[in-house]
Structure formats: structure tokens, C-alpha cells
Design a binder for this molecule. Structure first.
Ligand code: ADP
Length: 445
């Protein structure tokens, strides 16, 4: 296992605001991911490891038994349905549990098992007999802190002596009375208050500090500085664990401030490809014309499920309404919905209650498209300058791995400009996009 060079800039998925009216809120996106995720994200890439001390042996585990966890903790892990460590956990767990303590920076896309990994590390680290706070974990938002807290609670279900407190807004505490909970999870502002203003936590007694979702953290106003302020109060020998789904330069600089002598573990996102996708375009005039083409297309094909992308909420709402009038069962994802509402819509679509999902781009991140056999770009993805947004295009219709299911992508072209975009996309991916006549659909067979 090797690490090739230092982390390079990687684009924050979905931060591309070129796509119409909606901007991505990273914290919401992350929460949505957590709400709709039921299992590990598939990733066959090699884990890259850069050790702080290249001469020390590198341990990795293939089973949870090898970690020699307390039996009640192992029971909690199995009770969650985990059979073996995930890719990133194979290396991260032994490193986090090692003696003497090791610092860690870990980066892998959401859904690869980071939260479960550090939850396990915290639960294993604490001494339940000591009735004071030993592990401190900070998360970017109230909701994300709650989500992670639930993982810790679930995993620690059979460890009744280990207690968890939530340092989040609204959780009022009496000043000065020291907390007895061994683990505290919260947002930076409240955690800082609990350490300094209210003196509920003695930061000098913290021996494990976890910073979760660092990329989301620095995207949130004030959180970076607040985190650094907390970090400054911690003792020298405190173990520092730092997690991020992406690793651009700003995240890396933040990591360097928090984690001295780091071990670094990275798992690259699995590349998406267009290899198993047949791509088409349809010439249309205006939106009504596109709508007719869409109905022809849909009527002619036996499609498992379809996803239709629009640029604006308004267009998405119009299209969903028009499709519903035609008698289709349609799900609509729209920017004004709360994260919980979006998660519910995605859940219904996934379970097959609706066959068509109409969405704007930013709403749909995190949806696993492998089960979707038709993707329609009702409007083409463009960046702020009006050029083809190739990353978004790939993300909408691409599949990971060689065994990704086959699918169709249909692009609605309504002007010379959109035809130019199709040409740009063809050039970029070096894949032909075939003209389709929706009144004669034999080409698709
Ligand atoms: P991340 O923090 O990287 O987003 P999570 O720790 O939340 O990833 O894990 C993603 C999903 O996979 C969750 O549903 C979690 O319960 C599950 N999971 C985590 N580790 C394992 C494992 N070793 N085996 C099976 N499922 C796992």
C-alpha cells in the first residue's frame, strides 16, 4: 500500500454553482447522503497510506476480531450488521487504536465508513470508569452531530457505562458542573462554550479529538477558527483524528493546523464512466415540444426508472405537473424542500413507488443512479459561462465500475447553443452522441 505524493486539489463535488439558480449547501448535501444511505459505497480502489514514521510496521485488518476490541463493543459492531471492516477501515482502525496513539488524516468519499471508524475508535478509547470527558468530536451542523451521535449510541449499545453528551444549541447546561459523559459530540461554537465559558469540559483531560467533515466545516462561516480555538486548548499528547470527503488545498491547510505528524489515509473515489451508456440527442423547439418528445420516448420504452434533469425549480415543477397530468407517477425533488423531505422523496423513488424522478441538479447528488435506466437532460448542464459542464454531465449519467448496469441518456436540444454543447461533450469524452427521432425510436433498440 503506497501513498503517491501529497493530496492534490480535488473539486468539491456539487459546489459548481454554474447550474442555474441553486447553490449547493455542503452540510445539507452531507446530511441528505446520510439520511438516504443504507450501506457502504462500493469502491474497488486501493487505499493509499502515508505513514508519519515510514519505518514503523503498517498494520491492516481483515476482521474486527483482529482489533481485540472489548467484547461488548464487538457485539455492538456486529449488531449493526457489519461483517468485516470497509476498505478505509482496514487501515484506519488499527492506526487509530495503536499504542502509542497515532494522529490520522483520512479522506474518502462519503459512504465509505469513516463515521463508523471513528465512532469505534472513540468507544474503544474511553475508560468507562473515569467519569469525565475524554473524547471530543466536532461536526459542522446540529443535524450532522445528531446523526453521528446516533451511530456512536448504536455501536455502544452494549457498553452501558460509556455515556455520550451532545454539545449542540438548545442543550442548556448548568455552568461549572463538570460533565460525566466520556464522549462529547457537538458543533464548534457550543463545544467551545462548554470548554471555556461554562467549564463543563476540562479540555486538558481530552485525549482524543475528532474533527469530522472538515471540508464542510471550512465551508461554514466561522467554524474553522472556532475549531482551531478548541484545538489550542487540548493537551500536547491528545490524539488528533481528521476526516474529510474531499481534499482540496484549503482542507489540507486546515489539516496541517490541527494534526501534527499525521498518518494519512486516502481512498480515491471510483471513476465514473460513460462506457455502458448509450447517448442520444433529440432536436426540439420549445418546452412543449420537448415534453412531447419525452412522452413519446417514455411511451415507447419499457423503462425501469427514469431521472429527468431541469435547470430551474420552475421548469422542474412545470414538467412534473405536465407529466402527472399525462397519468405518470412522478416524484419531484426541489430546492425549497427540507433535507428530510428530499430524503423521503428519494426513498420513495428508490423503492419504486414512482418510476420518474424530476429534479434540478443540486437536489440529486447522492442518488445512486445505477438502478436508473434512462436519464434525460431536459436542459443541458452548463457552467456560468454557458459552456458544457462535463463533470455534471458525467455525474448525472455515468456509472462506476465495469459492471455498472447499461443505460440510456437522452439530451434535449433546443437551440444552436445547446447543439454546440452536445458537440463539446462529445469531444470531451470522445463518445458519440447519436441523433434520435422520437417519432421513430428503432435506433434505441
Ligand atoms: P462515511 O462516514 O464515510 O460517510 P459511514 O461510516 O457513515 O461512512 O458508513 C456508510 C454506511 O455504511 C453506513 O450506512 C454504515 O452503517 C455502513 N457501514 C460502515 N462501515 C461498515 C462495515 N464495515 N460493514 C458494513 N457496513 C458498514
Amino acid at each position: 500500500v503506497t501513498f503517491k505524493g501529497y493530496p492534490t486539489t480535488s473539486k468539491l463535488l456539487g459546489q459548481n454553482a454554474g447550474w442555474g439558480e441553486e447553490r449547493v449547501n455542503l452540510a445539507e448535501q452531507s446530511l441528505l447522503n446520510k439520511l438516504i444511505r443504507r450501506s457502504l459505497v462500493r469502491n474497488r480502489n486501493q487505499v493509499e497510506v502515508l505513514q508519519a514514521d515510514p519505518n514503523s510496521p503498517l498494520y491492516s485488518v481483515k476482521t474486527f476480531e483482529e482489533l481485540r476490541l472489548k467484547p461488548e463493543l464487538l457485539k455492538g459492531v456486529y449488531n449493526m450488521g457489519f461483517n468485516r471492516p470497509s476498505r478505509i477501515q482496514e487501515n484506519a482502525l488499527p492506526m487509530m487504536l495503536a499504542q502509542p496513539p497515532q494522529n490520522l488524516i483520512a479522506q474518502s468519499q462519503s459512504g465509505t465508513g469513516k463515521t463508523a471508524a471513528f465512532s469505534l475508535a472513540m468507544l474503544s478509547h474511553v475508560n468507562p470508569d473515569n467519569k469525565w470527558t475524554q473524547c471530543l468530536c466536532i461536526a459542522p451542523t446540529y443535524e450532522l452531530a445528531l446523526q453521528t451521535g446516533q451511530v456512536i449510541e448504536q455501536m455502544g449499545k452494549f457498553c452501558p457505562d460509556v455515556k455520550l453528551a451532545y454539545a449542540i444549541r438548545g442543550n442548556r447546561m448548568e455552568r461549572g458542573a463538570k460533565l460525566q459523559q466520556q464522549i462529547v459530540i457537538g458543533t464548534p461554537g457550543t463545544v467551545h462554550d462548554w470548554c471555556t465559558k461554562y467549564k463543563l469540559i476540562d479540555p486538558k483531560k481530552i485525549t482524543m479529538f475528532v474533527l469530522d467533515e472538515a471540508d464542510v466545516m471550512i465551508a461554514t462561516q466561522g467554524h474553522r477558527d472556532q475549531s482551531i480555538r478548541i484545538h489550542r486548548q487540548l493537551p500536547m499528547n491528545c490524539q488528533m483524528l481528521f476526516f474529510s470527503a474531499t481534499f482540496e488545498d484549503s482542507v489540507w491547510r486546515f489539516a496541517e493546523q490541527i494534526v501534527p505528524e499525521p498518518n494519512i489515509i486516502r481512498l480515491k473515489r471510483e471513476e465514473e464512466t460513460l462506457d455502458t451508456i448509450k447517448q442520444f440527442y433529440v432536436n426540439c423547439k420549445e418546452k412543449e415540444d420537448k415534453f412531447t418528445a419525452l412522452c413519446n420516448l417514455y411511451g415507447a420504452l419499457t423503462i425501469a426508472q427514469a431521472m429527468i434533469f431541469c435547470k430551474t425549480r420552475k421548469m422542474a415543477a412545470w414538467l412534473a405537473e405536465s407529466l402527472t397530468k399525462e397519468g405518470h407517477q412522478v416524484a419531484l425533488l426541489s430546492g425549497e424542500m427540507t433535507v428530510e423531505q428530499r430524503a423521503a422523496v428519494i426513498e420513495r423513488f428508490r423503492s419504486g413507488k414512482e418510476k420518474v424522478l424530476v429534479t434540478t441538479n443540486v437536489c440529486s447528488r447522492g442518488i445512486d443512479v445505477e438502478q436508473v435506466s434512462l436519464v434525460v437532460n431536459f436542459e443541458l448542464p452548463v457552467d456560468l459561462d454557458g459552456n458544457a459542464d462535463n463533470d455534471t454531465y458525467l455525474h448525472r449519467i455515468g456509472r462506476t465500475g465495469r459492471f455498472g448496469r447499461r443505460g440510456f441518456a437522452v439530451n434535449m436540444v433546443d437551440s444552436q447553443h445547446s447543439m454546440d454543447i452536445i458537440k463539446q461533450i462529445e469531444m470531451h469524452f470522445n463518445r458519440k452522441i447519436i441523433k434520435l427521432d422520437t417519432s421513430n425510436l428503432e435506433e434505441m433498440e
